[in-house]
Every structure is written in structure tokens, then in C-alpha cells.
Design a protein around this ligand. Structure first.
Ligand code: GDP
Length: 459
């Protein structure tokens, strides 16, 4: 990380203040070249002090804007590198101009999340804390914010480190027993080791997994997936729910081939609603890819809105679709109800009759409020909001924690089967390495890319 990065750190567009952030070894020299303090001739900047002045183009001497500048000397900055932040008036043109000037002085445009990535790589925060930064940015309820803040403060990290240390002590004793088998009294008490693994370590890990399962919606969002055969009004329904024309509506079946996601905040929970490609038999290869993806989305759904056209009978394709809904929470949405001539005579198939059923007209915006209310009630009924412990592992952590539990059960099996210490130590060592993956001590580039790609530019 010898290069210097720069980005506009504030949202794009017009506003009161726009901030350009620079991090890396050239930060200070760039600042000295393009910023002139008012009332002072020198260009010496003390760390953590604000300076008023202007940003100017040293080539033409043209003043670009009045500005406030702050210098944060390494290592006392977010990235642990020399950091400069320049506050100017926020306008797309002015910010772009200044950024281009900074780039012409030798910095390069930062990638999404690169400032936080540097904070992580330079050891200012661990990976769980870096992940908390994105959770704070995305938080849209006070509960979600509290959880993210707890993770940023390092509460999850400390817990993982504590568990890791306990395992490390066990591993050290086992290794000593392997290296010095002749010293009888130093042999680890294997019954006690088994007890610690079961009632302390595995117990704590399972508690964390349960925390994820109960509360992950607060962080990751509650996933609602709209499915149905083509042309029943799925895209229209999404638009009505989110109250804007996001999905393309067309009379031509098969218009939604990519996936449109919208976020809503329902009772403080982020709800992600996805419109999927209409499920039907097709010879069109592009549509077929969309349909395959629809089934993948269906798997991930916390709630499915199965949309049908109320003005016509259930088709064979719709009845076939029912087998993909087993074990899922499903609402049956009878859309196009404006076209129904009373009395409503459509026969709902037996396996759908017990579903919570709603009548809507996406075209005329009818029944949409009741649908949103039903989603809200379902979330409240299904999920717990009494968060006593703010430590909530995310999906990445949870998957690793599950591997840890499996490994430790395998170690216990080895203990029970009186396997040699060498064999027991393998599972324990692997579990310690898995903890390092959570903390980011040992982590592959793909995982890092997946985490930091979720950030915005300038963070
Ligand atoms: P999708 O293929 O299931 O996503 O369906 P679209 O949302 O693209 O809608 C297909 C057609 O049905 C369009 O012409 C819509 O205007 C129409 N449509 C959607 N919802 C309704 C409704 O509630 N009532 C009526 N009469 N037409 C609707």
C-alpha cells in the first residue's frame, strides 16, 4: 500500500458540504500543493487541526473553492496512514474538479471500501469491525445500529478471541503431551477437556449461531420473493408495494428476466422485495436462465408472495409450482381482482387453500396496504425483536461457527474413541484457524473482495 488513494467521501450531488478524502504517503504533499491557508504564508499542517483557506490549481493559480482542511498524521487516522480531508461546497462539478486535481498530483481513485480495507490491513480494526462499518452505514433501525456499534467496538471480536484462547490452552497441553509422552503428570485431563469443549466452548458457539438465526433479519434484511407464472402482475405488484415504477411492466409475458430488488422499512426491519422472472416452460435460453435464478431466489426467501391472476383459473404450471413452496412461508396473492366478476368462482387448489390469501389489484393500487400490513404482522409474529445481547454474527461468521462446532464434535468423538493426541489435535488446530478466518487474521482474497465490494466509494 505504497500508493495514495482519493475519493469523494460524501454522497453524489448537491449539498451543504462535500468531502474529498486522501490517504497514503502523498497526502500531505498534495494538500500543501493545492491548498492555501488564508492569512498564513506557510504550508505547514499540524495533525488534527482544521485550517481555513482555498483549494487552487497550482498550474493556473485559479481558485477552485473555499475550503476547510484537516490533516490526520499516521498512525492516528482511520487508515493509519497520512490522511487529508478537504471540505468544500458540495456540487458534482466542483468535487469532480478537485478530485481530478488530486489525481493529477499522483493519487489514484479509491476503490469501494478501500479506506476501510486499509484500516483493516494496517491493523487498526479486525475484519469483524470492518464488517460492522458497512452495517452501520446500512442500519435503518436503532436495534440494527446498536448491534453494529457493538461489533465495531469489538465485542464480537473479544468474544471470539476469548473462545480461541481457551482452545489454544487445550491445544498447548495436547501438544506438550505429544512432545513429552514420558511426563505422565503433564498429560491433559482428557475428561475435563471434553467437558470444557462441550459445556463451555461448543455451548458458546451454539449461542452465537442461535443469535444469528433469531436476529439476522435486522442486519441482512427480511427477504420477500414474488413468484408466479408470467403476466399475472408480479412486476406491477412490486411497483405498487414500493410505490414507484421500478420494474418494467408489459403485456408481453417473460419481461422480467433479471431480478429487481427494492428495500422497504417495515416496523424497523429492512425488507428486501424481489420480483422474479415468470415461472413457466420456455425454449428461450435467456428466459430459462431467469427461471433457474427464480428458483434460487425462492430457496432464499423468508416469505414468498405467490401471485396469480384472479380472473382466470389456476393453470397446470401454477399447480406444479406448489411443490416448490413446501416448508416455506407463503402468501397467496390473487391479483387482478378488479377483473373478477362477483361472485368469485376460481377454485383454489387444495394445497393452497390454507395459505394466507390476499386480494389485490396492482393496476388500481387496491389491497396493497392490506398486503403490506400482512407482511408486517407476519414479521412480528415470526421473529423476535427483544434483543438482550447485541452481538449478532452475520452469515459469514455463522457459517464458520458451524464448521467450528462440527470440528469440535469430531474432536470429542476422537476423545471418546481414545484416539491418539495427534488425531485430537488436528480438529482443534483447524478450529483455531477458523477463528482466525472470522477475525481476518487468515483470510483469502475472495472473502476480502466480497466484504469490501459491499462498501460505497469513499468509505
Ligand atoms: P408479470 O409478468 O407477472 O410481472 O406482470 P406485469 O406486472 O408485467 O403485468 C402484466 C400485465 O397485467 C400488464 O399489462 C399490467 O398492466 C397488467 N396488470 C397487472 N396487474 C393488474 C391488475 O391488478 N389488474 C389488471 N386489470 N391488470 C393488471
Amino acid at each position: 500500500m505504497n500508493d495514495t488513494i482519493a475519493a469523494i467521501a460524501t454522497p453524489y450531488g448537491q449539498g451543504g458540504i462535500g468531502i474529498i478524502k486522501i490517504s497514503g504517503p502523498l497526502s500531505l504533499s498534495i494538500a500543501s500543493t493545492i491548498f492555501r491557508k488564508s492569512n498564513q504564508r506557510n504550508s505547514i499542517f499540524e495533525s488534527h487541526r482544521f485550517y481555513f483557506g482555498n483549494v487552487f490549481n497550482p498550474g493556473t493559480n485559479q481558485i477552485l473553492d473555499d475550503a476547510l482542511l484537516v490533516y490526520m498524521k499516521s498512525p492516528n487516522s482511520y487508515t493509519k496512514e497520512d490522511v487529508i480531508e478537504i471540505q468544500v461546497h458540495s456540487g458534482t462539478f466542483i468535487l469532480k474538479n478537485i478530485l481530478e486535481l488530486v489525481i493529477s498530483m499522483g493519487a489514484r481513485i479509491a476503490e469501494a471500501g478501500e479506506f476501510t480495507k486499509r484500516a483493516f490491513l494496517n491493523g487498526r480494526i479486525d475484519l469483524t469491525q470492518a464488517e460492522a462499518v458497512i452495517d452501520i452505514i446500512n442500519a435503518n433501525s436503532s436495534a440494527a445500529l446498536n448491534c453494529a456499534m457493538s461489533q465495531l467496538k469489538g465485542e464480537f471480536k473479544v468474544l471470539i478471541k476469548t473462545i480461541k484462547e481457551k482452545l489454544f490452552i487445550i491445544l498447548t497441553l495436547i501438544n506438550a503431551a505429544i512432545d513429552f509422552p514420558e511426563i505422565e503428570e503433564d498429560l491433559p485431563d482428557i475428561t475435563n477437556t471434553q467437558k470444557i469443549l462441550e459445556s463451555d466452548i461448543i455451548f458458546s458457539l451454539n449461542q452465537l449461531i442461535i443469535q444469528h438465526e433469531r436476529f439476522y433479519h435486522l442486519k441482512d434484511g427480511f427477504v420477500v420473493v414474488i413468484i408466479g407464472i408470467p403476466n399475472v402482475g408480479k412486476s406491477s405488484l412490486l411497483n405498487s408495494i414500493v410505490n414507484k415504477d421500478r420494474a418494467i411492466i408489459s403485456e408481453i409475458p417473460g419481461t422480467t428476466r433479471d431480478f429487481i430488488e427494492e428495500s422497504l422499512n417495515i416496523c424497523g426491519i429492512p425488507v428486501i422485495i424481489t420480483d422474479t422472472a415468470g415461472l413457466c416452460k420456455t425454449n428461450n435460453s435467456v428466459e430459462a436462465i431467469g427461471i433457474k435464478k427464480s428458483y434460487e431466489y425462492l430457496d432464499k426467501a423468508d416469505l414468498v408472495l405467490f401471485v396469480t391472476d384472479a380472473s382466470i383459473c389456476f393453470t397446470k404450471e401454477e399447480i406444479d409450482l406448489c411443490k416448490h413452496l413446501q416448508g416455506k412461508d407463503v402468501f397467496l396473492v390473487l391479483n387482478k381482482f378488479d377483473l373478477v366478476k362477483e361472485p368469485f368462482l376460481v377454485n383454489i387448489p387444495d394445497n393452497l387453500i390454507s395459505l394466507h390469501t390476499l386480494k389485490t389489484s396492482a393496476l388500481h393500487n387496491q389491497g396493497i396496504g392490506a398486503l403490506i400490513k400482512s407482511i408486517e404482522e407476519h414479521i412480528k409474529y415470526r421473529y423476535d425483536f427483544e434483543i438482550k445481547n447485541p452481538i449478532i454474527p452475520n452469515l459469514r461468521h455463522k457459517l464458520i461457527l458451524e464448521k467450528c462446532v462440527n470440528n469440535l464434535f469430531s474432536a470429542i468423538e476422537c476423545i471418546k474413541n481414545k484416539e491418539p493426541f495427534e488425531v485430537i489435535s488436528i480438529d482443534i488446530k483447524e478450529t483455531i484457524e477458523l477463528f482466525d478466518e472470522i477475525l481476518g487474521i487468515k483470510v483469502n482474497n475472495d472473502t476480502l473482495a466480497a466484504i469490501f465490494d459491499r462498501f460505497c466509494i469513499g468509505k
